[in-house]
Design a protein around this ligand. Structure first.
Ligand code: FAD
Ligand code: MLT
Ligand code: ZN
Length: 466
């Protein structure tokens, strides 16, 4: 289903696009286009003849219609913070930037819902919710730039999944332009709506291959009155995993359980140039956040003191309840992607393991990288409450997938998933058939053919060629 982006076809498409969205919203200048053609890591870099920036759902539909007519491939793009090469034009596609669709509606306080344009940054939705005394259930480090459309398309996870679920749990309906050019719109926010196939949920995690999301009806959650954040140092990764499971079981209102392997956090602290709130020598650290209508600190402290049956000792504890102090603890966790990027091109693998496999996997991946790439830097961190480990390797050239393959081999062997939250994109599409069965991939291809019959929407992402 690869779509040729023939020069003449592109030229005719660009002319049509300019009449649809206006000249100034079609970028063809190489320097202007360049930043849309490379991803956040710098590992995935392509070229594009044009960036088209529609300002309404009707304009998106007209652009998709023109792309069908001229058989030009489109890559939908939001904030371009995706980490798997899925939102950049690696095969010369035209970029369909959704950032102008950034309107955030008034909060419906009765329903605890809001409608947001696909191009609205996550932070804008968070601010709008906070102003109404509510919160949005998904939070992640790229909150200032990542868009609602991109987060739906990747089914983003992030820091609060253990409490509120992934992006799909927040989505009550979408407006989208399918690859056929048809507009589907269901933004009424009905919590119960069993009227056949749930197209909104189908678009969650579809990575821009089935439709262009233009708006979404989103669920909001209560804004907790009290939040306590704690950094806990443990002797081993296994101890951190066991402690996380224990805290989730006994502390109500846990909203984050984040693992940082000792060597990784030491690199982040060096990078940030900050001090240590707890011992610097531990093998693992757990960042935990608990919420409640009353201060959850005593319950959390008692649970940490008791620990899991047979668990190792906690080597150090730092607790914060005020926003600036909590932010200082969170900076240690959120500094990981930046600290890795500062070392060079990062091979980023985001994987989930069965919880019992998290610690053995961390040990195995450390050993394999040390043996085969002794000069490489390895950072291991992630959302351990979800069994999600982020493996970052810096050293091997960006165009050499050997280390990616070695890590994913371990994941598949341990019964995990090759993508916990970032998606398949371009980076892992050769691996899709190792994770999903032939019947599953065939069903995905059938859906793709039905909703995007000409294969114009992100044809080089997610599904492997063939
Ligand atoms: P883009 O990067 O622009 O696109 C991503 C994918 O979505 C592409 O396949 C693209 O084609 C498609 N797409 C974009 N917009 C649309 C649309 N309107 N309609 C249809 N398809 C579309 N991710 C997590 O899940 N959890 C984290 O904790 C997390 N933390 C991060 C921290 C940092 C510092 C960074 C840089 C990234 C992080 N990410 C995380 C990854 C990234 O932020 C998410 O994948 C996010 O959902 C991408 O949103 P975006 O708007 O930038 O999408
Ligand atoms: C995170 O949790 O920090 C993100 O998913 C980004 C990353 O993997 O580096
Ligand atoms: Zn993550």
């Amino acid at each position: 289903m690869e779509v040729p982006t023939a020069a003449a076809a592109v030229e005719a498409f660009v002319a049509d696009a300019a009449t649809i969205v206006g000249d100034r919203h079609v970028l063809v200048d190489e320097d202007l286009v360049a930043s849309y053609a490379v991803d956040w890591t710098g590992r995935w870099r392509g070229t594009s003849p044009a960036v088209v920036r529609p300002g309404s759902t009707a304009e998106v539909a007209a652009i998709v219609g023109a792309a069908r007519r001229h058989r030009v491939a489109l890559v939908p793009q939001g904030g371009n913070t995706g980490l798997v090469g899925g939102g950049v034009p690696l095969a010369g596609e035209v970029v369909l930037s959704c950032t102008r669709l950034d309107e955030v509606g008034e909060v419906d306080e009765l329903a605890a819902q809001v409608t947001a344009g696909a191009g609205a940054p996550l932070a804008a939705v968070q601010h709008r919710a906070a102003a109404a005394g509510l919160a949005f259930g998904v939070d992640l480090g790229a909150r200032g730039v990542a868009t609602i459309g991109g987060m739906i398309a990747t089914n983003a996870g992030g820091l609060h999944v253990v409490r509120h679920g992934t992006m799909r749990a927040q989505v009550l309906g979408v407006e989208a332009v399918l690859g056929t050019g048809d507009v589907v719109s269901r933004l009424r926010g009905l919590v119960k709506d069993n009227t056949g196939y749930d197209l909104a949920q189908l678009l969650c995690g579809s990575e821009g291959t089935l439709g262009v999301v233009t708006a979404a009806r989103l669920r909001l959650v209560p804004d907790p009155a009290h939040v306590t954040t704690a950094l806990l140092a443990t002797a081993t990764v296994a101890d951190a995993v066991a402690l996380a499971a224990h805290l989730r079981a006994v502390v109500p209102g846990i909203q984050a359980l984040e693992l940082m392997v000792g060597d990784s956090l030491r690199r982040v602290v060096d990078h940030l140039g900050t001090g240590w709130p707890v011992t610097a020598d531990a093998d693992a650290y757990l960042l935990v956040e608990a919420t409640g209508a009353d201060d959850p600190t005593p319950t959390l402290a008692a649970a940490v003191d008791a620990g899991p049956a047979g668990g190792g000792p906690v080597l150090g504890v730092a607790v914060a309840t005020e926003r600036p102090d909590r932010d200082r603890l969170w900076a240690l966790r959120e500094g990981h992607p930046e600290a890795a990027a500062a070392l060079g091109i990062v091979h980023k693998l985001d994987v989930t393991l069965p919880v019992a496999e998290v610690a053995p996997f961390c040990a195995r991946v450390t050993a394999v990288v040390a043996e085969r790439w002794p000069d490489a830097h390895l950072l291991l961190y992630g959302h351990v409450g979800d069994g999600n480990v982020h493996v970052n390797v810096v050293g091997p050239p960006g165009d050499d997938p050997a280390v990616d393959d070695a890590v994913l081999e371990l994941v598949v062997g341990a019964g995990g998933s090759i993508s916990a939250e970032h998606g398949i994109g371009r980076a892992k599409r050769a691996w899709l058939t190792r994770d999903r069965s032939p019947a599953e991939v065939a069903a995905m291809r059938a859906i793709k053919r039905a909703l995007d019959p000409d294969g114009i929407l992100n044809p080089n992402a997610l599904l492997p060629p063939g």
